[in-house]
Design a protein around this ligand. Sequence first.
Ligand SMILES: Cc1cc2nc3c(=O)[nH]c(=O)nc-3n(C[C@H](O)[C@H](O)[C@H](O)COP(=O)(O)OP(=O)(O)OC[C@H]3O[C@@H](n4cnc5c(N)ncnc54)[C@H](O)[C@@H]3O)c2cc1C
Length: 444
Amino acid sequence: MKQKENGTWVSWNENLKHNYKNLYNITKESELQEVIANNDKIRFFGNKQSSADIAAGTDTLLDMKSYNKIVSYDYSKKTITVQSGVILGDLLEAIEKVGWCIPCLPDINTITIGGALATGTHGTSGKLLSEYISSFRLILADGSVQEIDSADELMNAVKVSLGMLGVFSEITFQCETEYTLHVKERPESDKEWLPKIKDRLKQHDFLRILWLPHTSKGYVITGDKIDKDKEITVNNGPKYLKHRRTASKILYKYSHKFPWITAIANKILAKAFFSSKKEHKGSLYQATVTKSRGSTLELAEWTVGLDKFPQVFAELKQEINKWSNNSFIHIPMDVRFVQKDDAWLSYAYKEDIVTMGCVSRNAATADTYEAFKSVEKIFLKHGGRPHWGKRFAAKDAELSKIYPKWEDFKELRSDLDPTNKFLNPYLAKLVNAKKTVHAKKVVA
Ligand SMILES: Cc1cc2nc3c(=O)[nH]c(=O)nc-3n(C[C@H](O)[C@H](O)[C@H](O)COP(=O)(O)OP(=O)(O)OC[C@H]3O[C@@H](n4cnc5c(N)ncnc54)[C@H](O)[C@@H]3O)c2cc1C
């Protein structure tokens, strides 16, 4: 295990920076146990791609990215076991090679599995990634290992828990047989796509809407399972579409100084990049997941019950179209759909939900991006829940109203981590933790 001393931890978009005293590169479970048992305050990180301040801010840090082996396959059960620092793209390539898939994927493949699970990472038209776990090994605050599977009542508490209950070590995923999606993309006015959501969720295997704020339009992406050999008419749209993110960056360059520029930029971007129809086919991973990012950004994302979404959407649209409040929003707001589950801190706890992303293409000026505040205000008013890995201001008081299991989670957290070893200042505020005296257990 390599160790570095006295350095600065910096998040991928450079919005978060923290000094540390000791940084350990984990390569084995025994190292994970040893460092956890022998240190008072610890956080651990994957690819540092979260916007929320949840991955560092303690004297001791664990870099999980070298703990990244594919451990084993069980071909009869279609399960794969991996170390938690494995990059999602590597896991997906490994399972595609044996003809399997995980049927709901986020729009990014560079994140680690541990980071993705801890923050409730999700895709669309399925469940949170954590719902495809069948078992895992968790390292607790005293350095011991607990094996947890679907029959264990801790499963629903730990699956999505921001690394506050322990650190994921090895994780086993239940995969499915790989399938081919026929993907179709087209622009639609808000009047068209909004009332069709429920029907489309029944009709299609994949649904995602890139909403284009300040244009009254959305870009609808549907996918249907087809035989992999079925011929389709491929249409990838004009070649210049690949320059969308660069064009956005240029058009939004001064939008932090003159927020209204965004409304004009969005109209130009919608016309240039979201007005053509497209059609293609491929696996869920190959046909829908973004494989590379040219530049950084800052993200917020809110979720709300499927039935409440039309009302929330109407209020949001009214608010951001006011011009008086500077809540202009960069393109696109990603609208996705997640099916209900039982994980205590899941956005979809016991209800089907809609998730709505909010992006600032200029990460460095995100503090002055008024849209983050307006979106939070409206979603919170309707009982909406923030994405754990993204930017939001809500704390314990608000979270206790929107998560039915919030108090149970806090109680369990204090039991499993009585010295608050796994809390950095941001997480301590989130769960309103009481200050504790540290006790140290030494593992030989
Ligand atoms: C461009 C972009 C696109 C995104 N797209 C999506 C999307 O489509 N859907 C979605 O839901 N989210 C999305 N996200 C959010 C992203 O999935 C999460 O922020 C994820 O946590 C990032 O993974 P990471 O490896 O960078 O984790 P980090 O940011 O390094 O860590 C995140 C959290 O996980 C904890 N953690 C890390 N490893 C472990 C472990 N082994 N055990 C326990 N806890 C651990 C850390 O302490 C921290 O609290 C996106 C983010 C970006 C930047």
